[in-house]
Design a protein around this ligand. Structure first.
Ligand SMILES: C[C@H](O)CC(=O)SCCNC(=O)CCNC(=O)[C@H](O)C(C)(C)COP(=O)(O)OP(=O)(O)OC[C@H]1O[C@@H](n2cnc3c(N)ncnc32)[C@H](O)[C@@H]1OP(=O)(O)O
Length: 736
């Protein structure tokens, strides 16, 4: 194998006659074509050698395998990231030639020794072995669907035969792995072994199979776990209905079900071929390209030039203080104690303090109710939280997160106090969502320790953490917060300091354009409907109802002040608010809500739209009442793209992919469209520019394309500067 090979396997033959084949491809032992070819070579050698009686497959450094090498997808998709040899892109090359006809068909028994993770192709290799041993904590799963593909190395055929159809469908359709213990209970693995004894036990197990002391099972031909045909068809029918309901825009879950069905009806070998063909087709789909982009974009957010490349090591954070026990403060405290950080929560009086602690306990209690936490763990986790009314306990905290109301003078006072009461190394973070951080720290000399830790509500649930740095924030503090973000299982995105940072700046035009369209004659409910169909969790009007009109108006004011030239000053929400219609909390907003929070269109809305029109002087454009769904989507999202371009151009976001992650995790933009900039680039900067230009002539400055968008469009270049050579710029993505 060439010296620039991407991973390999090594084989060692012991005196016991067992060949140990180890997959080596750090960091997760992914299955590149080099690894797969080397696995085949090792097997061929083991089968040829007379001194080899049995085989054990394992992964180096406590990780079996994280699956097929996702970075090789680009090559297969015909991009520029490395060519692919003909046999490698041939359907069935791995699943049939290597795994079925070599590993599973071999006369010498194979045992998989699984530690750490066996995901996707990794688990598929293990399932082709004649037995599997796992450590109790290893993660085993087929998460391919979250990449827009289906398992392609035999997983659709072998998993149902090992664990039954219902569980196999659940594991594939949700992409959720199971731990070793559960895998054992399901029959996916044959025994649980401690990491230190894993390989030695697997060696003995392989020899036991050879000597017929243990069964030798070819999973592909197992039938005892499969439900009878009639029942299986019912289960598949139900799964199809669920998939259509939960992900109406996605085809690959249905393809996965079809492939499984084929194997059940026509036999596993036919199923394997159908799987190989479907896998190959899905690899080329827009959904897969978008989801793979998103996979790498998510991992790329922790790579910040000039910060994470300086060799800084995150400092240990032993104790955190939170100021303010409201909705945000209690959510942040919950997230921290759930990851074992001791937290002190400070409030101004006993009543507020008890309410804050009560909120945290309620957050944890809901985990207990859902069966996700034991009562014992609840007690242990709750004990990490301590309530205080003064700064006494702040002497030894390593980080403070301020989460009080959005009032500049109050925050300034708090930060001045913190500077006096906390140790000099302490990170001083604010959870502000809009206020300029330099202003918050104006009365301190600790500008280098001040940073934004912007969580999204509910903070213990929402996965995004916007880390806001000022020009003075030290790289060390950013590295520390990135590390904490990872530990509390958030995806951090590092952004610059400005009104609204990245997420709220993108959110602003989302609701603004909806209001503009409504005032000019578009139907509120058609807009929400089209946007939901596009894949957002809710339309802009339903969102404003949820957030509350009070908050909506206050945030608007911040934007009006900061960006007056591009704010559309709609009067619909202020007028409704004046009449006590404040959204879902008052059960009346753009929708009316019943006791079960079910939303129905509010018949009063039209009156408010007309009143608003009288004040703003907006004239009805008959075209807007007949907008197609595509037009609605573009008129709502192109202003968002425009703002994202400004955020990028101003350097608030380091790279376009960070905005993709921010849009998906902070706004609910559908991940299968790759994120806001990725989606925009799939349509082309020229097209977006021309449409915005056209609308700005009719409806004003709000739609005016920014300089960055104009420049990229003039060059015919993608908005993501890093995507200059990708398949995207060739307009290869289809939109039907
Ligand atoms: C034919 C087959 O059926 C098709 C397949 O197998 S498709 C692949 C199926 N496997 C997956 O989907 C697993 C994807 N990976 C993951 O979920 C997670 O990375 C993990 C659980 C393995 C590890 O998580 P974690 O410890 O948090 O580390 P994480 O930062 O995500 O990954 C570490 C590095 O490994 C890389 N990596 C992880 N899985 C990879 C894979 N399958 N291929 C290539 N690179 C991979 C990541 O990109 C990251 O690289 P970086 O350090 O350069 O950013």
């Amino acid at each position: 194998m060439g010296s620039n090979a991407k991973g390999r396997t090594v084989m060692e033959v012991g005196a016991d006659g067992v060949a140990l084949i180890t997959i080596i491809n750090p960091p997760v032992n992914s299955l590149s074509f080099d690894v797969l070819n080397s696995l085949k070579e090792s097997y061929d050698q083991a089968l040829r050698r007379d001194d080899v009686k049995a085989i054990v497959v394992t992964g180096a450094k406590g990780k079996f395998s994280g699956g097929f090498d996702i970075s090789a997808f680009g090559g297969i998709q015909g991009g520029q990231k490395g060519g692919v040899k003909a046999e490698q892109s041939r359907p069935g090359y791995v699943s049939v030639e290597i795994l079925s006809d070599t590993v599973e068909a071999s006369k010498k028994p194979s045992v998989a020794a699984i530690d750490g993770l066996a995901l996707g192709g990794g688990l598929e290799v293990a399932m082709a072995c004649h037995a599997r041993l796992s450590t109790p904590t290893a993660q085993l799963g087929l998460p391919e669907l979250q990449l827009g593909i289906i398992p392609g190395f035999g997983g659709t055929q072998r998993l149902p035969r090992l664990v039954g159809l219902t569980k196999a469908l659940e594991m594939m359709l949700t992409s959720k792995p199971v731990k070793g213990e559960e895998a054992f209970a399901l029959g996916l693995v044959d025994a649980i072994v401690s990491p230190s004894e894993l390989v030695s036990t697997a060696r003995r197990w392989a020899l036991d199979i050879l000597e017929c002391r243990r069964p030798r099972v070819a999973s592909l031909y197992k039938t005892d776990k499969l439900e009878p045909l009639g029942e299986a068809k019912e289960i598949l029918k139900f799964a199809r209905a669920q998939a259509r309901k939960q992900a109406p825009n996605l085809k690959h879950p249905l393809v996965c079900i079809d492939v499984i069905e084929e194997g059940i009806i026509s036999g596993p070998r036919t199923g394997l071929w159908k799987e190989a063909e479907a896998f190959q087709g899905l690899l080329l789909s827009d959904t897969c390209k978008s989801l793979v982009h998103f996979f790498f974009a998510q991992r790329g957010t922790t790579k910040v030039p000039g910060v994470t490349d300086l060799g800084l090591v995150p400092r240990r954070v032993r104790k955190v203080a939170i100021i303010g026990g409201g909705l945000m403060g209690s959510g942040i405290a919950t997230a921290l104690i759930l990851s074992n950080y001791p937290v002190i929560l400070k409030e101004v009086n006993e009543k507020f303090l008890q309410a804050g602690i009560g909120r945290v306990r309620a957050n944890l209690q809901s985990q207990v109710k859902k069966g996700r936490m034991t009562q014992e763990k609840f007690e242990k986790t709750s004990s990490l939280l301590k309530g205080v009314l003064d700064y006494e306990g702040f002497k030894d905290v390593d980080m403070v997160i301020e989460a009080v109301i959005e009032k500049v003078s109050l925050k300034q006072q708090i930060f001045a106090d913190l500077e006096k009461c906390c140790p000099p190394h302490c990170i001083l973070a604010s959870n502000t969502s809009t206020i300029d951080l330099s202003l918050i720290g104006e009365r301190t000399k600790s500008q280098d320790r001040i940073i934004g830790a912007h969580f999204f509500s509910p903070a213990h649930v929402m996965p995004l953490l916007e880390i806001v740095r000022t020009n003075q924030t030290s790289p060390q503090v950013i590295v520390d917060l990135l590390d904490i973000g990872k530990k509390i299982k958030k995806t951090p995105v590092v952004v610059g300091n400005c009104t609204g940072f990245a997420v709220n700046r993108m959110f602003f035009p989302y609701t603004q354009s909806a209001n503009l369209l409504a005032e000019h004659g578009a139907n509120v409910y058609q807009i929400d409907n089209a946007i939901t169909k596009f894949g957002m969790p809710m339309g802009p009007f339903r969102l404003v109802d949820l957030v509350g009109f009070g908050v909506g108006v206050a945030t608007s004011m911040e934007f009006v002040q900061s960006f007056p030239e591009r704010t559309y000053k709609s009067m619909i929400v202020p007028l409704m608010l004046e009449d006590g219609r404040a959204g879902e909390s008052t059960r009346k907003g753009f929708y009316v809500y019943d006791d079960k929070r079910k939303a129905k269109p509010n018949p009063e809305v039209q009156n408010y739209v007309e009143k608003a029109r009288e004040i703003t002087g907006a004239s009805i454009d008959p075209k807007l009442s007949k907008l197609s769904e595509k037009d609605i989507v573009e008129m709502i999202f192109f202003p968002v793209v425009n703002e994202a371009c400004r955020v990028l151009d101003e350097g608030i976001a380091v790279k376009a992919a960070d905005l993709d992650v921010a849009a998906v995790m902070g706004m609910g933009f559908p991940p299968y469209r790759g994120g806001i900039i990725f989606w925009a680039d799939s349509l082309g900067s020229k097209y977006i520019y021309s449409r915005l230009e056209e609308w700005s002539k009719i409806y004003g400055e709000f739609y005016k394309p920014c300089a960055y968008l104009a420049e990229r469009a003039a060059k015919g270049a993608p908005l993501d500067r890093n995507n200059g050579d990708s398949w995207l710029s060739n307009g290869e993505i289809n939109h039907d």
